[in-house]
Structures are given as C-alpha cells and as structure tokens.
Design a protein around this ligand. Structure first.
Ligand SMILES: Cc1cc2nc3c(=O)[nH]c(=O)nc-3n(C[C@H](O)[C@H](O)[C@H](O)COP(=O)(O)O)c2cc1C
Length: 330
C-alpha cells in the first residue's frame, strides 16, 4: 500500500496530473469514475489568490466525490505562499501540492514553477515553511532539474523529504527540454532507490499506454504514475491501465455510445459548475479528443465547437450517435 501522509492508496496508484484548463471539476470527476486514485487541480497562482482574483478563486472548487484531491499552487514569494496556504486550506483539500515544475516563461521569469530549480535552497525553505503552516500534507511536483547540466534531483528530493514534504511527483524532463524529447525515468528511479527516501516517489512523463505504466512500475520500481496528456479526451485511460495490471490484457476500445455519454455529462457538469455560457465555451476543447479518428467528422466537430447554446451542442451529440452509431474505434 502507498500512503501520502495518512491517505491510503492502492498499490501503484494512478494520479491525474494537474493540467491548466483541463483538470477542472468535471474532467476530474470523469477521471475519478474511471479509476484515478488521486486527482489534482490545475495550478493556481498564489499572487492571484491573495488578491482574490475571481478566476483563481474559482479553481479552488472541489467536490466530495473526487477525494482524495490535491490543490496545486505556484509562486516564489514566501509571504504570498504562506497566505495562499491559509486560503487553500479553507477549501479542505486532502493535499496541497506545490508546482516547482512549470516551464512556461511567464511563470519561470518570476522565479516560480521550474524557475525555482535555479535556487534549490529557496525551493527547500519555501517547502519547509509551508509544511509548518498547515496540518494538510504538502507534496511537490517538479522536473529533473533546470537543464541537463544541473540535474540534482536525488539530493533535492531528499532535502524536500527532510523538511516534511509528504510525496514527490517528478516529470522526467528538465526545464530546458520543455516537452521535447522523451521523458527520462532513470533519474526518478535513482530518487526512489536512495535508501534514505521513504515518501512516495511518483513518476511522470509519457505514460501513454498500459505497457508503459507496467514498465514504470516493474522496471523503474516507482510508487505510482502521474498521468497527464494520455487522459485528455480519454478519461478511460485509468480503467484501461488498471485492467491491464490485473489481467495483462487490453480492454476493447470505448464505443461511440460511451463517448457521447461522457461528452454530454462533461458539458452538463461544466454548465452546472460555471453556468451556461462558460460551460459551453470551455468544454469545446475536449470534443476533438473524445471523437478522434472518426472519418468525415468535420461537420459535427464544427457544430460542437461553434454552437453557443448548450441545446445545440446536445443536439449535435444526438446526431453523432445516430450517424456514427456503428463506428468502431481502434
Ligand atoms: C495542457 C497542459 C497543462 C498543464 N498544466 C500543468 C499545471 O497546471 N501544473 C503542473 O504541474 N503541470 C502541468 N502540466 C504538466 C503535466 O502535469 C505533466 O507534468 C506533463 O504533461 C507530462 O506528463 P504526461 O506526459 O503524462 O502528459 C500541464 C500539461 C499540459 C499538457
């Protein structure tokens, strides 16, 4: 069994990665239903939160059905991060996760996200003070290092553990790599093999098939897998991996009916959460992935992503089921 502080998880848990504009409550709910063991919110700006920016505050919404859930925050200023911890714990998440891995320029240039990989002392002291501030478990998500020449993740992980971090998720790329090349899981395995490490070490980056998840578990010996892109438009990925763990066999591809049903529910949950206008608008980005591979789909795709009223989107989904009811996904 794997434990994040007092949170008990099954062997080799599957974690839904924090993803900006993707990991919102409706998407997290769908992934949870399909077997995600822990879900995270997208990253939330500490500076936005302490200024009560409505967009940041809305990202704090979590629901009972998705527990255990982690709220992820980013920032580089100690005072702001501590105030953020106070605000975040009011929402009663199970975990507060610190983003020390975002490679995007506007975050990095303020010393936050992966920017902090240039100042490991600050990374450790921020974590230490945040741990002291709350009774909730603090976890960290980070990358291997700033660039190829500065990979010190074994030492970094140990220092984070020593100041009270309760789990670490490591994306097997450096900041310099952004999303290029292949994720390298070897340094993550080195972290796990450090005999002083006792907190869970989760691997992240390029887990895009059940076989790769097995590889991460068996060949690299990590404690669990954090899954990002493979789940976008495919919340069934968690179920697929778990089925493969159990049986060594692949599930048959999800059929059109289940996809349409997921898209409908996704839209409805988004409307319930954000209201008609935003709900319709922000669910658009998911449809392409739900229906990827269907030939001659353009007309329907256009309806899904240009209709402003939910009744028209629901109508288009009914039509898709009617027209492509016999389509078999591979
Ligand atoms: C659209 C998108 C948004 C992301 N947003 C975040 C984020 O808010 N916080 C974070 O820690 N990582 C974020 N990431 C990185 C992912 O959590 C993950 O580390 C990365 O995609 C590698 O995992 P994967 O190969 O399973 O996708 C994002 C990635 C994508 C594709």
């Amino acid at each position: 069994m794997v434990k994040i502080d007092n949170i008990e998880l099954p062997d080799f848990p599957l974690l839904l990665a924090p993803m900006e504009d993707v990991s919102d409550p409706p998407f997290r709910a769908l992934c949870k239903e399909q077997g995600a063991d822990v879900v995270y919110t997208e990253f939330i700006s500490s500076e936005g939160l302490i200024r009560d920016a409505a967009k940041s505050v809305m990202k704090l919404d979590i629901y009972e059905k998705e527990r255990p859930v982690g709220i992820q925050i980013f920032g580089a200023n100690l005072d702001s991060m501590l105030q953020t911890v106070d605000i975040v714990q009011e929402s009663k998440p199970d975990i507060i996760d610190i983003n020390f891995g975002c490679p995007v320029k506007k975050v990095v240039c303020k010393g936050a996200g992966a920017g902090i990989l240039k100042d490991i002392d600050l990374m450790v002291s921020l974590t230490k003070e945040m741990v002291k501030r709350t009774h909730l478990p603090i976890t960290v998500k980070t990358r291997l290092g700033w660039d190829h020449n500065s990979i010190r993740i074994v030492e970094v992980a140990e220092r984070l553990q020593d100041v009270g971090c309760k789990a670490i998720s490591i994306h097997g790329r450096t900041r310099a790599q952004m999303y290029k090349g292949e994720a390298d899981w070897r340094p993550i395995a080195e972290v796990k093999n450090n005999h002083r490490m006792h907190i869970p070490v989760f691997g992240n980056g390029d887990v895009d098939s059940p076989e790769r998840a097995v590889e991460m578990r068996d060949d690299y010996g990590l404690d669990g897998a954090m899954i990002g892109r493979a789940s976008i438009g495919n919340p069934w990925f968690f179920k697929e991996v778990k089925h493969y763990f159990k049986t060594g066999e692949h599930l048959s591809p999800v059929g059109i009916e289940e996809r349409v049903d997921a898209a409908r529910r996704h839209l409805q949950m988004s409307i319930d959460w954000k209201g008609e206008k935003l709900g319709v608008f922000e669910t658009r980005r998911h449809y392409t992935n739900y229906f990827k591979g269907i030939p001659h789909f353009k007309e329907y795709r256009t309806k899904l992503v240009t209709s402003d009223e939910s009744v028209d989107v629901f109508k288009a989904l009914d039509e898709i089921l009617e027209v492509f009811g016999n389509y078999e996904f591979s």
